[in-house]
Design a protein around this ligand. Structure first.
Ligand code: GDP
Ligand code: MG
Length: 178
């Protein structure tokens, strides 16, 4: 679960939620490996990655990132998946209103079963496909505001706002008093 190894080195369990195909795995791979592979079809295999991020105030945050291995396709994910998570990234695709509806479903699940102080981000991915946009930034922003989430649009393809997303989560982590 979430704990600080010491006051300068924090760690955080982070989960990704959202409809299949919105780009969750690509966001993680962009952040952890700096890569985007347009040929990768569906997520397979191991879905646990970790990455350390150094902040300006010289604290480090070790993200323990749980990505689904495609289970989001079939049924409700076991609350076991997000139990103990300090942060959740709920992703939709800006070209799919249906994926925003699905994101809203996950937000409700987290509000019901997640921990009270969980940091939650609403992420509109595939921002590079702006000519196919069907979800307005303003609608998503308003929804995020109403649900105490922060909102950002990203592109795992171009890397737009990917690091900023994780930095913003890291900044919101409560700092243990030394
Ligand atoms: P997941 O099911 O949510 O994990 O989605 P994936 O990460 O497997 O991505 C699904 C598909 O969307 C893949 O074909 C990716 O290449 C594509 N994709 C992911 N992120 C982006 C993005 O930011 N822009 C564009 N244009 N395509 C993306
Ligand atoms: Mg995936």
């Amino acid at each position: 679960d979430n704990s600080a190894t010491d006051s300068k080195n924090l760690k955080l369990k982070l989960v990704l939620l959202g409809d299949s195909g919105v780009g969750k795995s690509c966001i993680v791979l962009r952040f952890v490996r700096g890569q985007f592979d347009p040929t990768s079809k569906v997520t397979v295999g191991a879905s646990f990655l970790s990455q350390v991020l150094a902040l300006e105030d010289s604290t480090t945050v070790k993200f323990e990132i749980w990505d689904t291995a495609g289970q989001e396709r079939y049924a409700a994910l076991a609350p076991l998946y997000y139990r103990g998570a300090g942060a959740a990234i709920v992703v939709y695709d800006i070209t799919s209103e249906e994926s925003l509806n699905k994101a809203q479903y996950w937000v409700k699940e987290l509000q019901k079963h997640g921990s009270q102080d969980m940091i939650m981000a609403l992420v509109g991915n595939k921002a590079d496909l702006h000519e196919k946009r069907t979800v307005s930034s303003q609608d998503a922003q308003e929804y995020a505001d109403r649900n105490n989430m922060f909102f950002v649009e990203t592109s795992a393809k171009t890397a737009d706002n990917i690091n900023q997303l994780f930095e913003e989560i890291a900044k919101r982590l409560p700092r243990p008093t030394p």
